[in-house]
Design a protein around this ligand. Structure first.
Ligand code: ATP
Ligand code: BTN
Length: 258
């Protein structure tokens, strides 16, 4: 079933729904048009020719039953500090929306990857523009709802899709758009603490040995979930230390340690 622009429009609390057959990147579109579009506007496409992942990587975006979705949101400059943990909230909203459609085995890998049965099924890329009016966020979400094969030069890790579920893609997108708008509105008021417990229930590595990989460094520990700032908690010896969201990759640690 094709994406239905008017059905998606009806689900929105604010802003405009724009659906394209093909686009370079739904994130790039909203970043280019953020001044003309109202808060809450969403951009979707059936395929992307230059889908963007984090850290300059490519998001594989063929024409299939996948979701390539971006939403525009504005925050005043004073609230910018809360933005770093927003990607965790977005991951949680995705996980809960999928669960509400009957999908089991959804997990989140800190800070913001969405996994299905232990394999990457979706990702989130938040990009910003800052001007005198505040911070303009474009929150991009890619979800593999129906993709039977990938280009292995681009997708160089285990991946999953949800084609086993055959659910209504428009219904999922409507729910996701509505839930995101609702939570983006309340987020500055309730803060991240409001979401911590729900986030932990989807945590893929809770209680497991992990490593945080940064350029030139590996930090090892036992994952203890997150704190009220959205930082990752690692048990290292007798201490529990917190690590902020940055240029880091979280991986299972299969080495045995003393
Ligand atoms: P981390 O943030 O821990 O490094 P990651 O290895 O998943 O996580 P990201 O930058 O978040 O890296 O995501 C980009 C990666 O996602 C790409 O390098 C590719 O391996 C993978 N990828 C690209 N397109 C898809 C897709 N459609 N489905 C699943 N995985 C994809
Ligand atoms: C990642 O895990 O690296 C993040 C992937 C984000 C992909 C989505 S698809 C919709 C939006 N448009 C883009 O170009 N990227 C995001």
């Amino acid at each position: 079933m094709k994406l239905n622009q008017s059905q998606i429009q009806e689900a929105l609390l604010c802003g405009q729904a724009l659906v394209f057959e093909e686009i370079d990147s739904t994130n790039a579109f909203l970043l280019n048009h953020y001044q003309e579009l109202e808060q809450g506007s969403v951009c979707l496409a059936e395929s992307q020719t230059s889908g963007r992942g984090r850290r300059g990587r490519t998001w594989y975006s063929p024409q299939s039953e996948n979701v390539y979705f971006s939403i525009l949101w504005h925050y005043p400059k004073e609230e910018v500090e809360q933005v770093s943990s927003l990607s965790l909230v977005v991951a949680l909203i995705i996980a809960e929306s999928l669960q509400a459609q009957g999908v089991k085995d959804i997990q989140i890998k800190w800070p913001n990857d969405v996994y299905f049965q232990g394999k990457k099924m979706g990702g989130i890329l938040i990009e910003t523009k800052v001007d005198k009016n505040g911070v303009h966020l474009v929150i991009g979400i890619g979800l593999n709802l129906g993709m039977t094969k990938v280009d292995e030069k681009i997708v160089n890790q285990a991946w999953a899709d949800l084609s086993a579920y055959h659910f209504d893609r428009n219904a999922l997108v409507c729910r996701l758009a509505y839930e995101l708008q609702k939570n983006l509105k309340i987020y500055p008021l309730v803060g991240f603490a409001h979401y911590v417990e729900r986030w932990q229930s989807f945590d893929i590595f809770h209680g497991q040995a992990v490593k945080l990989v940064t350029e030139g460094q590996e930090i090892h520990g036992i994952s203890q979930g997150i704190n009220e700032q959205g930082e990752l908690l690692l048990k290292q010896g007798n201490e529990i230390n917190a690590f902020g969201i940055g240029e880091m990759s979280l991986r299972p640690n299969t080495q045995t340690e003393n």
